[in-house]
Design a protein around this ligand. Structure first.
Ligand SMILES: [Zn+2]
Length: 318
């Protein structure tokens, strides 16, 4: 009798779990930032998996069979469009999942509705360049994440109209919190308006415009192109002339080149993860921006303090 009771309980448990699992939309995202956003907007109506972990160079991911298998099962596939994920067409070809092909509701291109920056006049990949449609690193502006969140709310409501009210509620909650946090980040960065920085790979225009940084140069001469010794020498000259002493380093970038530039210029190297998961501290969208803003502010304080120590008579008004 007791045995039968246990079997019944187990069976009910299994039925409940499988019913819930079945009702959930399977969402696959290219990056952990989209995965976090999808969980925030979709709540427990979605089961989300990201293809990237976060520290990798998004341009250089390879469409492995395991990644293809993930996408083959997806009800909704979230990606950046443009030429950020150059590996997406191969992934979609391999997955043979009609639901998520471009133009279908299951294919969510996050670039829609985003005002792109740095759109080049001529489109060329002649030297293996990237960013040929404009700079694709737009999720580094919190306001763009609000826009993407609203579009995602609408798309989830289209695919799953029964739970539209829930998606709207979740999205409103996300927006409220993002606006509050953004004001806090802006306050933290305000004393350093116009701070000069050098980047490695150009992921910066959206972040730099929002937080009033001045990116004066890049270690890569063009996005996706390795630096030559001549380019590095010119960059060092530029940093000395402009008194720029901060290098923002992508998680996947060649640290040795950045370190040799830092030795020549007395610059501080600041880690700059582009995605949630890029460093362990960037657990979600909010802690990611906390990490970016916090590290830049600390580096700016250090550079400013050292500049004041070095020039005690004249001071430093800038
Ligand atoms: Zn890029």
């Amino acid at each position: 009798m007791r045995h039968l009771w246990i079997v019944t309980v187990l069976a009910i448990g299994w039925l409940t779990t499988s019913a819930v699992a079945h009702a959930q939309l399977r969402v696959v995202t290219t990056t952990p930032t989209y995965a976090d956003l999808a969980r925030r907007i979709g709540g427990n109506r979605v089961a989300v998996t990201s293809i990237m972990r976060g520290p990798e160079n998004i341009h250089r991911i390879v469409a492995t069979p395991a990644k293809v298998a993930l996408v083959a099962q997806a009800d909704l596939f979230i990606h950046s469009g443009l030429d950020l994920e150059l590996w997406v067409p191969a992934l979609l070809r391999g997955a043979r999942n009609a639901k998520i092909l471009p133009g279908r509701p299951g294919n969510f291109n996050a670039a829609r509705g985003i005002r792109l920056k740095e759109i080049p006049r001529a489109v060329s990949r002649a030297q293996g360049e990237m960013h040929i449609y404009g700079n694709p690193h737009y999720v580094l502006d919190p306001i763009n994440l609000i826009i993407i969140g609203r579009n995602l709310r609408d798309r989830l409501s289209e695919i799953d109209p029964e739970h539209a009210a829930e998606y709207h509620r979740n999205c409103a909650g996300f927006e409220d919190r993002m606006k509050r946090e953004l004001l806090r980040w802006l306050r933290q960065m305000r004393p350093y308006r116009g701070l000069k920085v050098v980047g490695y790979h150009n992921v910066f225009p959206y972040f730099a415009d929002r937080f009033a940084l001045r990116v004066i140069g890049y270690v890569e001469p063009k996005p996706g192109i390795e630096p030559s010794p001549g380019h590095v020498a010119r960059l060092i000259q530029l940093m000395r002339r402009e008194r720029c002493r901060i290098i923002l380093l992508n998680t996947w970038a060649d640290r040795r080149t950045a370190e040799s530039i830092a030795r020549e210029t007395g610059a501080v190297i600041v880690p700059f993860p582009e995605w949630v998961g890029g460093v362990p501290e960037a657990k979600d969208i909010f802690s990611h921006f906390d990490f970016l803003v916090g590290n830049i502010v600390r580096a700016a304080q250090q550079v400013r303090a050292e500049a004041t120590d070095a020039e005690p008579v004249r001071g430093d008004e800038s």
